[in-house]
Ligand binder design. Structure first.
Ligand code: ADP
Ligand code: ZN
Ligand code: ZN
Length: 665
């Protein structure tokens, strides 16, 4: 008997071991954790049993023996192992590292799977009754409920406040009544206590919660409660996707367009796409929800792979925020605020309503420049400018974190006066404080909410109505609803218009709609003003005049004409090294390898310097693989990637593969 084990190493293989001597062979389950001696030093490692065979390519007397079996009963089911195998194959990542994704830290290290405290199993009790759903909600609920027990993917599209969460809650109730469990995935930042509170308010059951702000112990408890069937509901972020369940009946992914569902390091999986695969393996429905669906999902609706469910109006009333462009060409500006905007702010505040200002750049100003010689404060390690943080009197690189003291005289010409160029939230906050001295202004960005609990505290203040002007970064665009806000302004919409990454237009449109969705309620219409020097830009005019759906249609048509995803499939090979020579040579070697593989349709574009050619001291290059056929791209990668890992240069550069990349930077 040979055990084939997954061990967390960067190698594309399983490892063969002999079973422990005292084993009873019919008792051992696939997915069980075992302890093995590994490598030259025979250090103990935790491994997971993936297969049992009677054959090994290794010489028999070289085979080592499993020391101990940790789990008498595997914590992972055959479905779980299938899913992890799929992730390893599709994202071309070593299975040992993929398997690690499935376990919380302590279990990964071999600790026993014990719950911290015994919990009683609770059933489907409702503690509060559901709302009476409107016809659109009822259609959505009925459609998904009719598919319980079989695979189907639904895209629930509806603006913020249209009642999506209410739809989730009512469908979840049906799943619980069937005695099944539900996995609800949300983006990292929007897992606000409000959502958790809403679930707890509705269901008198044990709701497990898992996200990065919790301790390892808390996350392990949530994991075990789902695995043992103690929690009927698990609410979590991306990494909760691989949690095993006793009897999973439905997966919900809220804000499915959100970029945080794509892991950007390590195993670069898409939680959305992998959730769909999990639904298929388990034969259960998957429900994706968004006010601004991703182009991929809209495309899948058009192809009739996903069923489209629509909530066209805000629940209970039908007033949508009004979007307007504010042409600021040749207009007098005060630190990024036009006079027209300032007077709108005054009017809104005079009505005792709140204003929300959005600027997606933190810090005081993105550039420090010498007025006399043109010297610019650059990061030594990145191809990027240092950002001025006036409050802390620092210059900081937003890419590698390098910090310098803020200086007053130019280090190049020694005489020139240094001027901050451009706008950051700190700078706008200062001018607002001057202009609206008697008002309360709150800045919400990563700097101002660093301390634990600050964000929650700020959100509470906003809801209490203690704040007049809210100023923030994209943190504001996610999950929060501010009913007393009636004026939203996007200060610099133009910075999103020009980018070499084709995903940017989609992200900008989503951001605009998401930000605008934060505002207003029944008796108070929200207005959204966008300051621009490009008032005729087709992206902006289409979005404003025809809405997100029409915008997505025309943008998708452009992608089709250019043969870009979702009309083609991409994978991005990235390489970086301190030595600038190495990455392009390494990527060229990959091209040479690929030339030996039978390949009809895959284009290899590059090697080229990455859009950000240097970061944290590393020179970065990339090679883009693209094909009209997903299967051709996959076939090439399957042959290619294990060979790439064996290249001599692979040990000298840091390289990674991103299948279906959403960020080409
Ligand atoms: P979304 O998740 O799309 O932002 P929610 O489900 O949070 O929308 O609903 C927005 C608001 O409308 C909530 O306050 C919710 O209680 C209320 N609501 C939702 N559905 C209904 C309904 N059928 N009748 C009355 N109020 C509703
Ligand atoms: Zn100078
Ligand atoms: Zn840097």
């Amino acid at each position: 008997m040979i055990f084939k084990l997954a061990i967390a190493t960067p190698l594309y293989q399983l490892f063969d071991y002999l079973p422990p001597l005292d084993i009873e062979s019919d008792n051992i389950q696939l997915g069980s954790r075992v302890v093995v001696p590994f490598g030259r030093g025979n250090h103990k490692k935790i491994a997971v049993l993936m297969e049992i065979t009677d054959y090994s390519d290794c010489e028999f007397d070289k085979l080592k023996r499993v020391e101990r079996i940790i789990d008498q009963h595997s914590l992972l089911s055959a479905h779980d192992l299938n899913l992890l195998n799929w992730v390893s194959r599709y994202y071309h990542h070593p299975i040992g590292e993929v398997i690690s994704l499935a376990f919380p830290t302590a279990l990964r290290q071999g600790k026993a799977a014990k719950l911290a405290a015994e919990k009683n199993i609770q059933t489907t009790e409702l503690s509060n009754a559901a709302l009476t759903s409107n016809p659109a909600q009822q259609t959505a609920i009925d459609s998904v409920c009719a598919s319980l027990g079989q695979f189907a993917v639904f895209l629930l599209e509806g603006v913020t406040g249209s009642g999506k969460t209410e739809v989730y809650l009512q469908i979840i109730h049906e799943v619980l009544k069937r005695g099944q469990q539900v996995l609800v995935l949300v983006p990292e930042i929007s897992l606000t206590p409000q959502l958790e509170a809403r679930f707890k308010h509705r269901f008198a059951v044990n709701i497990a919660v898992s996200h990065s702000k919790l301790t390892d112990n808390q996350r392990q408890n949530a994991w075990l409660q789902a695995q043992q069937g103690i929690s009927p509901i698990l609410l979590g972020t991306r990494s909760a996707l691989f949690t095993p369940f006793r009897n999973l009946g439905l997966i919900i992914l809220d804000e499915e367009h959100d970029a945080s569902f794509k892991q950007q390091e390590g195993v670069r999986f898409s939680a959305r796409d992998t959730a769909v695969v999990r639904g298929k393996l388990l034969n259960i429905p998957v429900l994706l929800g968004s006010a601004t669906p991703s182009f991929e999902s809209l495309h899948n609706v058009a192809k009739q792979r996903y069923q489209w469910l629509h909530l066209p109006e805000r629940a209970g009333y039908s007033i949508k925020p009004v979007l307007q462009l504010l042409d600021i060409r040749n207009k007098k500006m005060r630190e990024g605020l036009s006079e027209a905007l300032l007077s709108e702010i005054c009017n809104t505040l005079a009505n005792n309503e709140q204003v929300l200002l959005f600027l997606n750049r933190r810090g005081f100003a993105p550039t420090l420049i010498c007025h006399s010689c043109g010297w610019v404060a650059r990061c030594l390690h990145c191809e990027a400018n240092l950002v001025i943080h006036a409050d802390e009197a620092l210059l900081r690189c937003h890419h590698c974190g390098t910090e310098h003291r803020l200086i007053n005289t130019c280090p190049a010409c020694k005489t020139g006066e240094l001027t901050p160029l451009g706008l950051g939230t700190e700078r706008v906050e200062k001018v607002l404080a001057k202009l609206f001295a008697d008002k309360t202004i709150l800045r919400l960005d990563r700097d101002s909410t660093k301390r634990k609990g600050t964000l929650e505290n700020y959100l509470e203040q906003i809801h209490q109505g203690d704040v007049d002007i809210i100023l923030g970064t994209q943190m504001l665009a996610k999950g929060h609803h501010f009913p007393n806000v009636t004026l939203v302004a996007i200060l610099d919409v133009d910075s999103g218009l020009f980018s070499i990454d084709f995903h940017t237009a989609e992200k900008l449109a989503q951001l605009i709609i998401q930000v605008s969705g934060r505002a207003g309620r029944a008796e108070k219409i929200g207005r959204v003003l966008m300051q621009t020097r490009q008032p005729t830009h087709p992206l902006l005019t289409t979005l404003i005049e025809h809405g997100y759906a029409q915008f997505a249609n025309s943008a998708l048509a452009e992608r089709q004409a250019a043969q870009l995803p979702p009309f083609s499939y991409q994978a991005l090979l990235s390489a970086r090294a301190r030595d600038a020579e190495l990455p392009p040579v390494f990527l060229q070697a990959i091209i040479d390898l690929a030339a030996q593989v039978d390949n009809k349709t895959v284009l290899l574009l590059g090697p080229a310097a990455a859009p950000m050619a240097k970061r944290a001291g590393f020179h970065r290059y990339q090679l883009l693989l693209q094909s009209k056929q997903r299967s051709d791209l996959q076939a090439l990668l399957t042959t290619l990637i294990p060979e790439v890992a064996k290249l001599k240069l692979a040990a000298k550069v840091r390289w990674s593969l991103d299948v279906d990349p959403i960020d080409l930077y």
